[in-house]
Design a protein around this ligand. Sequence first.
Ligand SMILES: *[C@@H]1O[C@H](CO)[C@@H](O)[C@H](O)[C@H]1NC(C)=O
Ligand SMILES: *[C@@H]1O[C@H](CO)[C@@H](O)[C@H](O)[C@H]1NC(C)=O
Ligand SMILES: *[C@@H]1O[C@H](CO)[C@@H](O)[C@H](O)[C@H]1NC(C)=O
Ligand SMILES: *[C@@H]1O[C@H](CO)[C@@H](O)[C@H](O)[C@H]1NC(C)=O
Length: 735
Amino acid sequence: MWQRVVPLLALATLSQALDWDAAYAKANAALTKLTQDEKLAIVTGVGWTKGPCVGNTGSVNSIGYPSLCLQDGPLGIRFVEKVTAFPAGVNAASTWDVDLIHERGVALGAESKALGINVHLGPVAGALGKIPFGGRNWEGFSPDPYFAGIAMAETIKGMQESGVQACAKHFLLNEQEKNRETMDTSVDDRTLHELYLWPFADAVHAGVATVMCSYNKFKTFWACESEELLNHTLKGELGFRGTVISDWNAQHSTALSANTGLDMTMPGTDFNNPPGSVYWGVKLGQAITTGEVPQSRLDDMVRRNLAGWYGLGQDKNYPPVTWNSFNNTGGGPNVQGDHKRIARTIARDSIVLLKNINNTLPLIKPKSLAIVGQDAIVNPAGANACADRGCNIGHLAMGWGSGTAQFPYLIAPLDAIRPQAIADNTTLATSTSDDPDAGANAARDTEFALVFITSDSGEGYITVEGNQGDRLTLDPWHDCNDLVEAVAAVNKKTIVVVNSVGPIILETILAQPNVLAIVWAGIAGQESGNALVDVLYGGTSPSGKLPYTIARRAADYGTTILPGTDTFDEGLFVDYRHFDKAAIEPRYEFGFGLSYSKFTYSTLILDLDTTPGPAPGPTGPGGPLSLFSSIGHISATITNTGRVAAAEVAQLYITLPASTSAGEGDIPVRQLRGFAKISLAPGESGVVSFVLRRRDVSYWEATSMEWVVPRGVFGVVVGASSRDLRLEGRFSVDA
Ligand SMILES: *[C@@H]1O[C@H](CO)[C@@H](O)[C@H](O)[C@H]1NC(C)=O
Ligand SMILES: *[C@@H]1O[C@H](CO)[C@@H](O)[C@H](O)[C@H]1NC(C)=O
Ligand SMILES: *[C@@H]1O[C@H](CO)[C@@H](O)[C@H](O)[C@H]1NC(C)=O
Ligand SMILES: *[C@@H]1O[C@H](CO)[C@@H](O)[C@H](O)[C@H]1NC(C)=O
């Protein structure tokens, strides 16, 4: 038996990708050379479609400052050809693999830089995803804030290592598409800190250069003119030294937005209301003349903008923009490199095996196979036929909206299964519509039937099949419960593949005794089909796990799309925290996923400094720096007891002491505070080690408005999911 130590997530030693002091020194020197008009040009967009990128600023020749190029989006570069269409954030998350999440960031950043993009508009942790119907949840990672924070930090570090300024968005509480531009939100301070702010703290700690404020209101103020959100919380408490950029058209005032902390307005014209209105530029200059906005505030904005640009080295030999978002027919260089390899690896390792009766999977040279459902093929009109992917026709490998990219190509499942079938001498029968009768006819005489089903969502400016961004239901689209029922009625070995943007209700499908296996493949990007074949045929054991809960009924989530106001009354209790507290049995819990192998867990070791430590202390990027320092490790041994090489995702959950000054019953049953993915050969053992930061054992004490390590006994569990708990321990922090 071998032992291998996996040095997981050196969280305490995350390097700052951006040296703010050095960047500010350069910015200060440049600032002295600028005229007032040049300063105004740097912070004001030139207007929608008035430059090649989705956002463009004025330029300043004297310091070599370009018309800054800001471009969407989180899974690939929008409006350009010859880029990589990566798996979406939700799929990056379901790998639970920090190295892959990091590599994805590096590749996204490299493509951005090669195209001359200065600010890449991603990654996303707002929406966090508290409402499973939320249209844009898939752009981000997970409704668990710890998980979202790790994924934000790794993506940002990766992107910025490649030289592009990342943009953490949307700040804050933008959880749904319905009425997103008028929603008024409020949330108690503890929930704000422990859920919604948490991943942004990691983003700032990782050195993110820019943050985008959101469309909605916060406590009656627009998010882009909220003193509490921007100046106080983001810049004060989290110590953010970079640029706050408005979401496109999310600015509503000249002086108030300036005084409360906005640093750049985008796109510079209000494109709806009324067309052509501009809040900054000349108007900001006038507001400074009249004394409504202090000159020091404009200088601070400019300094922040310049610091990001200098901090990422964009003042030296940065590539030019040679393409145009708005008439880009094949324009721009090919920047894909070998990124299709990363796209395929992430897509493969993101696949979650939900059910697998009698080892139905992997498929081993089946005699015959039916492929059923329009999701198995590329949209006959082309993978990019619908603008911003605003339709659900053919294989679903991306949601819709501004967070999309053009597919350079799309490998749909049937494209990848065909050559495999030829190699295996498997007879294929196909029905590439969602018609139940046609599906049943194809599947009647085949050994296995693979049925492909979908559930899609996106951004609210496009309505798809009645879904205005947010999903109307969590059921399969196109009545595909009926399709699965019809196929399973005639085929005793039916396998369902789900391409969905997030949770989907599977009860009708699970009630079919002939559905022997279910695979969640998410929205996997250009290499989707190849990745699926890698897993279905056993080339790689599935190793993805759910980054969210799959419920038995949509109502079980306890959150839903609201009309005009959201007071976040569910507090901390979203996703598994809610299911655990309310004792609701999920169908597939947070963190769940099967393998072709089996794992045992042993030897829990706690090596922690459990002295409570001093009060938080000095602030750096991300908040009081002591919050990010390590208090030690928890480790466990994982053994592959099955017959095939496979990877396991071990998860650490912590229960805070039952009694804290926040009050009894206020504490989640358990909260994710570590995860580790380890690849093991059959019979091999390895040690996974989880670093705990001070913040990971703290809670936000609302009356003192501080992070506090509570006194008392902490519960520790390490498990294969949030409910498959394998090892238990405890430690105590004494007064
Ligand atoms: C912004 O925060 C600083 C302290 O961090 C404070 O001095 C300043 O007054 C705040 N600005 C506004 C407009 O409240
Ligand atoms: C396309 O964009 C280029 C560069 O911005 C511009 O010069 C040209 O006029 C545009 N063509 C059309 C047809 O809009
Ligand atoms: C699983 O295999 C066992 C043993 O071969 C068999 O009795 C059982 O019917 C199978 N279950 C299903 C759902 O096919
Ligand atoms: C392929 O399958 C067919 C029918 O099942 C069979 O007749 C044929 O011999 C097979 N060919 C090979 C190369 O296995």
